[in-house]
Ligand binder design. Sequence first.
Ligand code: FES
Ligand SMILES: [Fe+2]
Length: 441
Amino acid sequence: MKDVSKLILEDGAVQNRSIYWDQDIYEQELEHIFARAWLFLAHESQLPNTGDFLTTRMGEDNVIVARQADGSIKAFINSCPHRGNVVCHADSGNAKAFTCAYHGWAFGLGGELVTVPLEHDAYYNAIERPRYAMHPVAKVESYKGLVFGTFDAGAPSLRDYLGDMAWYMDTFLDVPGGIELLGPPMKSILNCNWKVPTENFIADGYHVGWAHAAALKAIESPLSPLVGNQAYDVNTGLQVTTRGGHGFGVIWDAAAAIHPVGEAYAQWLAQRTPIMRERLGDWRAKFYNGHWDASIFPNCSFLYGTNTWKLWQPMGPHHIEVWTWTLVEKDMPDELKQMMVATNMMTFGTAGMLETDDGENMEQCTGSNRGWVTRRGKLFSGMGQVREGHHPELPGIVAKGIVCETSNRGFYRRWAQFMSGKSWDELAREPGNAADKREVA
Ligand code: FES
Ligand SMILES: [Fe+2]
């Protein structure tokens, strides 16, 4: 195992550039992070009926996720236990069984082997079917409709894994009627390391007025004054790193701000806010009206408000496939949902204006490390380190304003813990840091 202890320094604020480029570090990520952590698979609304399925990836393992006859959801590796062929080629659909195109073995909705051609004549009925079930994903659990899976049978519950991030995410998951993800997801390839977009979404309020200046001007949204960092009150909103490597930033009262015609959404929020206050209290009613940039460790991100939901699927150290859905409240009127989809496509869809701004930077942030000397250097995310701390009413480590890198450091502290092969028990006892001793107003 590669010694990863020197790759992340200064409480998560300094990263060795090799983590964005080296193949052996990437292989270690597949083993220690993607084969252990809870990974986002689907939203339950994508699989309403028995036999509904979709295919996705966990790290680089292809999996089938399917709704069972008893209503539960199971997932298993999409590779035939006979000779390894890919069994299901569809992105999604409804099936009674999955049949391999090579020799015709067929598998039930739970991955169990149900049919073997020439079972009597060629195998003399001696085949032990349970032994040849498709490899199961060890645990599949749902948190308020969001379905995650882990290959590690010893992993804690999904609720424990999400920790305080779940408390914050209840802000939009606990709405009457729940949420749904509108798809099918847009898919595109970016030539960047999977951590670059994750850290952008978890913590990077700094780039918004700069990298997106032209796009914000073109959209003419209420955020347009941020162009070139003009009118940027860096103290508006918060940034939070929860335990477990998850985190987000929020700009107050800006949920609808990116939508060029946001009045209908603003009205929706105004009408729902008293209900959310009643359900979850004042703080989360405030979060309900904010615009969030967020990531769930390791590779799922979202923007609440713009309502884009992202999965950064790793494809080697230098490439990802980006999957993008639109997050909406199920009870929203159809016209409002369609407006959300249109804004998402225009901003963070495959050809979205803000997506292309980010994509170019993310590719360069990865590609520059191709240089052997460059790769031996370091990168820095120390912004706001001296002002983060405990908030009297909010969980996690909190910093005032979204222009800081508090959540970035939380992500890299967690990354380092996973990569050094710590047990779940050790991970649960995440060590404190200097911020634990400070109070944030
Ligand atoms: S590889 Fe699938 S049936 Fe032979
Ligand atoms: Fe961006």
